[in-house]
Design a protein around this ligand. Sequence first.
Ligand code: SF4
Length: 280
Amino acid sequence: MVERVDAAVRQRKEFNYKDIWLSKSGVHAYNQCPFRFYHQVVLGTPFVKSIEMFQGNIAHDLIFEVYDNIDREKIDSSSDLRREYWDFFAKRLDDIRKEDAQLGNNLGILLNKFITVEEQRWGMRNLKYPNRFWPKKKEMFLEDDEIKYYGTLDRLDKWRKGKYILLDYKTGKYREYNLSKMRNEMFGYKHLVEANGIVKGEVTHWGQIFLGGVDTAIQPQVISEPFKSATEKAFYKKLEKTRKGIKFRFFPKKHTPLCDWCSYVKECMLEAEDKWKEPE
Ligand code: SF4
């Protein structure tokens, strides 16, 4: 199995009850199942990374590396773009396939879909400002001491003077029922970008690019919309409520169909059901 090269920017903060730092995945994990959060984040109990997570992490790394490893001057059409991107990916995939052929093939499908999305974007780029095609920022670790929140944004693009869009890559499929979670996560990035003064202007939109997994019959899908004020209120409220639950050490089990994929089933079965008391 190929060892995943952990990008230095994909950082984690050590958990402590004095300063409860949260990321989008921490907030999500707590709200999905506080007991799982307790093991994953508070205790740091090792968990089994699914094949999809593993593949997704490598695909992310390669997607961001490509921008620094191509000759942008050589790209004048979408077929140039495909050739330049693929030249870089093919070399990396050859190395991966030598150790794990299946992983290499799956990554090949995901990266091919990524190139398709980029080709479409190339066709629609603003010809007056061709450089806006390229990411303004990519894979950037950000934190805000004020609200004790951190995260690594995938990509930030300028789309108009003083206006920016935040983009996130997902290797899986788009699921409509996750829309409010997506809005909440993306608002967290907007907060971090603006709190850190990363751009002169406003982050007005967000987008998520779903590659649709390794099934070649599923086309990539792009979801995008402007940020809404209701999301802003919901984000800060959820963050406060999550932190309060953790502060009071409230980690009950939340049984859902997702339990079938949980890495902490063993710990969960050994734990008394009524151990945790809800905060006043
Ligand atoms: S098995 Fe279900 S209830 Fe138990 S920790 Fe995992 S997600 Fe929570």
